[in-house]
Design a protein around this ligand. Structure first.
Ligand SMILES: C[S@@+](CC[C@H](N)C(=O)[O-])C[C@H]1O[C@@H](n2cnc3c(N)ncnc32)[C@H](O)[C@@H]1O
Length: 240
């Protein structure tokens, strides 16, 4: 059985919620809470920064771990497509992985019930081009988002535990998202992963975490290992 570090629980209420797994008889069921364009991140600022930093590069690797059911990855692909147009090709396909095979299945399916807030955020990002990538359906009771194949083909979803898979990440020109999942790791795993990322990624790489991860103390752990916070909250760049 997986053991969770006590300090994660005591840090604050958000971290506590994020890091409490639900135990089933045989295995840990991970909490897969996610949203389209989750509000803890400046998605437009992120896309602008990527556009700026990698403007002279022919290829940029975008890798997303703990992608859950895929809403975050589709948000990113949508932001690339709508804000960068043909310039987005060098960022695609996005490689997206999660430890939970059910999440990966749901991600590949790309059919979701969504909140009013998610519908508004998608609409405000996609504008009149949203329908090209995602159908928003309102049956009068609920809203749904159905991702179109045109967007699905820009993402490769697969199952992986980041702790086992980390060495497959390209070390240069890589944009890595590992958001709102660090609280699931033991203290030892957090240190091991932060150490490996610091060693692996060079100054051409960006690393995005989430608000739950900061609540787990990951901001400090990354800064101690040579990552510097950019002007975008939760987005880090290696100093060398
Ligand atoms: C709270 S969700 C975060 C989803 C998304 N990144 C976001 O911020 O909206 C946490 C996800 O982390 C995944 N996860 C937990 N431990 C993992 C690991 N070691 N490797 C890959 N994914 C993991 C879980 O399966 C779950 O889908």
């Amino acid at each position: 059985m997986k053991v969770y570090p006590s300090y994660v629980y005591s840090h604050n209420q958000l971290a506590k919620r994020c890091s409490q797994p639900q135990f089933t008889s045989a295995k840990v069921a991970y909490l897969d809470t996610t949203e389209f364009l989750r509000e803890d991140f400046d998605w437009m600022g992120f896309v602008n920064k990527i556009n700026n930093i990698y403007k002279d590069e022919a290829k940029v690797n975008v890798v997303s771990y703990a992608c859950s059911t895929g809403k975050e990855t589709y948000s990113l692909a949508l932001a690339f497509k709508t804000q960068m147009r043909e310039n987005s090709n060098k960022l695609l396909p996005i490689i997206a992985k999660d430890i939970d095979s059910n999440c990966v299945l749901k991600a590949k399916r790309g059919r979701y019930k969504i909140s009013n807030q998610e519908a508004l955020r998608l609409d405000s990002l996609g504008g009149k081009n949203l329908y090209r990538y995602i159908d928003i359906v309102d049956d009068g009771l609920e809203k749904y988002a159905f991702v179109k194949d045109f967007l699905k083909r820009d993402i490769n979803f697969s199952k992986a535990d980041i702790c086992q898979d980390i060495d497959t990440i390209p070390t240069k020109n890589t944009v890595l998202l590992c958001r709102n999942f660090w609280g699931y790791l033991s203290g030892q795993e957090q240190v091991m992963l932060a150490d490996k990322l610091a060693k692996l990624l060079d100054k051409t790489c960006l690393l995005a975490i989430g608000s739950f991860d900061r609540a787990c103390g990951m901001d400090r752990m990354l800064e101690e290992r040579g990552f510097k916070l950019t002007d975008i909250p939760f987005l880090y760049r290696k100093l060398k």
